[in-house]
Design a protein around this ligand. Structure first.
Ligand code: COA
Length: 260
């Protein structure tokens, strides 16, 4: 697949997707969202890809938001459709992807950019990163899941304040709020993400997929997270990864998971 707005590099079962519109601070236009959808789908279906890292090109921005030029003249109906389509194609898809996704937040993550980072399974930031949901300065609200995922990550009061003031958190504040897991200098950002990805890739991909499902169920209004966990736990016992993992432990050797 040829992409115009993103590129993908793969090394040691770790795929890095880079959003590549640096002149527009990697703002998410319709084409970029479609390309990201296809890329995530293909990488998720490729059994050799164990972890996906997503980042922005250049040193200034992860993603500075949805592309404002594309929706400035939208009607109410078109606005609703924009949010629904984006959530379906990208944000909900990434959150529920079976392959772990790490956001490498390398600069501004604003609006749809922070929403994309929050849809990822966890986030690592460079020390120049700045994060916020400035939509109310434009007369709209976050529409790619931001009103739901920000309170999950930082708590309701902090999310209310961030969304109402449209203020930005610097990397250290984002770390203290639980929005990101680590803050490192920019040159160490991808190496750290790859180190974490490598650790993840040594573990059972099948079990990790079930864990993502169970964790996400707890944040879903129509699911019982504990019941989903019981089901997911039980289904692990039918996998080759479970046979290998337990056998390797008992034989005092390193597991070599078949991924099935
Ligand atoms: N949508 C469309 N274009 C965007 C954009 C967005 N969300 N964010 C940045 N850009 C474009 C700018 O229009 C500019 O394009 P131009 O050179 O053709 O004029 C280019 O990216 C560089 O941005 P600029 O504003 O000149 O950089 P800056 O360093 O002065 O400011 C930001 C950086 C991030 C503070 C500023 O770009 C900004 O506030 N962006 C919008 C953030 C936002 O509201 N996001 C939520 C959208 S829902």
């Amino acid at each position: 697949m040829n992409y115009e707005n993103i590129y993908i590099e793969e090394e040691n079962s770790i795929a890095t997707i880079t959003i590549d519109r640096p002149k527009k601070l990697n703002a998410l236009n319709k084409d970029t969202i479609r390309e990201l959808h296809t890329a995530f789908k293909e990488l998720d279906e490729d059994a050799t890809t164990k972890v996906i890292i997503i980042t922005g090109s250049g040193e200034k921005a992860f993603v500075a938001g949805a592309d404002i030029s594309e929706f400035a003249d939208f009607s109410m109906k078109e606005g609703g459709k924009l949010a629904a389509k984006g959530q379906e194609l990208l944000f909900d898809m990434v959150e529920n992807l079976g392959t772990p996704v790490i956001a490498a937040v390398n600069g501004f993550a604003l609006g749809g950019g922070l929403e994309l980072a929050m849809a990822c399974h966890f986030r690592v930031a460079s020390d120049n990163a700045r994060m916020g949901l400035p939509e109310v300065t434009l007369g709209v609200i976050p529409g790619y899941g931001g009103t739901q995922r920000l309170p999950q990550l930082v708590g309701k009061g902090r999310a209310m304040e961030m969304i109402m003031t449209a203020g930005m958190l610097d990397a250290e504040k984002a770390l203290a709020s639980g929005l990101v897991n680590y803050v490192v200098p920019q040159e160490e950002l991808l190496p750290l993400c790859k180190k974490l990805a490598s650790k993840i890739s040594n573990n059972s991909a099948v079990a990790i997929k079930q864990a993502i499902k169970a964790i996400n169920a707890g944040y879903s209004y129509d699911k019982d997270g504990y019941a989903v966990e019981i089901d997911a736990f039980g289904s692990c016992f039918g996998t080759n990864d479970f046979k290998e993992g337990t056998a390797a432990f008992l034989e005092k050797r390193k597991a070599n998971f078949p991924g099935s």
